[in-house]
Design a protein around this ligand. Structure first.
Ligand SMILES: Nc1nc2c(ncn2[C@@H]2O[C@H](COP(=O)(O)OP(=O)(O)O)[C@@H](O)[C@H]2O)c(=O)[nH]1
Ligand SMILES: [Mg+2]
Length: 249
């Protein structure tokens, strides 16, 4: 019996896989088949309600994982975990499965309809690496935003899915900006959250409350999540590094 226990445990092969000690990590979840899920229920190419659901989900993940910072665009969320992260013994299987599970539950609960997320993990050695990672996802956001704005502009003009896709094949970013411009849309005027995604991070604030025993007013420092959709504050290298390195109280 004991032998069986040991043999079976040994085949939980990936259990011993952990994040490298002292490394920064990012867990990214992505909605499964969200093209289909959004098709029927949300405005194209961008829907404020959909974005709010993603922000709710990102807030839950950032809280549950005790992350430093989160970034969401389209149907994906990245949560940055600092080198001191020690939940789940830094086990990769647990981190990835629970992150996907937490996102799945949070989105499903908020949306009132089932939606599923996958999860994966990235590792970096320095804050510079993390900045590179966020820049990568941000660049992807801008690329996809420009593409889907063009695609849906053409679709709304009556082109079939195939024709719209073909029209955009082999076009450069400049060509796409020009396509929008010829229809009176300035890509730079498109709301920032649609072009660059949304940042979430912890900030501290002072809260004054009444102490009924001493009958005095006391000020305490609390923590809350700040969500930034309007200006891409972490768009600058300095700001993101500041958020990543700021001590969490
Ligand atoms: N209608 C709508 N769809 C969105 C929005 N944000 C993301 N999506 C959809 O989510 C998809 C995300 O891409 P991807 O993960 O590659 O597709 P998936 O494999 O079908 O989940 C996009 O293709 C869009 O169809 C939104 O604000 N409105
Ligand atoms: Mg997806």
């Amino acid at each position: 019996m004991k032998d069986l226990e040991a043999r079976m445990r040994a085949r939980e092969w990936f259990h011993s896989l952990t994040l490298l000690p002292g490394a920064w990590a990012v867990v990214r979840v992505d909605g499964r088949s969200f093209s289909r899920l959004t098709e029927a229920n949300f405005d194209k190419p961008f829907d404020q309600r959909f974005s709010d659901l993603m922000v709710d989900t990102a807030t839950t993940l950032l809280t549950e994982l005790g992350g430093r910072y989160a970034y969401t665009q389209s149907d994906e969320i990245s949560v940055v975990l600092d080198p001191a992260f020690d939940l789940f013994g830094r086990e990769v299987e647990k981190l990835v499965s629970l992150s996907a599970g937490i996102a799945t539950a949070a989105f499903t609960h908020a949306a009132g309809q089932p939606a599923v997320f996958d999860g994966r993990v990235w590792m970096g050695a320095t804050v510079d690496d993390v900045h590179g990672y966020i820049t990568w996802r941000r660049t992807n956001a801008a690329h996809c935003a420009l593409n889907s704005l063009c695609y849906w502009t053409l679709r709304k003009e009556g082109l079939s899915a195939r024709r719209a896709t073909r029209e955009l094949e082999r076009t450069s970013a400049d060509d796409r900006v020009a396509l929008l411009s010829s229809r009176g849309i300035d890509f730079n005027d498109v709301p920032t959250w649609q072009r660059h995604g949304i940042d979430l991070w912890w900030e501290t604030y002072e809260k004054t409350g009444h102490d009924p025993i001493r009958d005095t007013y006391v000020t305490t420092t609390r923590r809350r999540i700040r969500t930034e959709r309007d200006e891409s504050m972490t768009g600058t290298y300095h700001d993101l590094i500041d958020v990543l390195l700021r001590p969490t109280t």
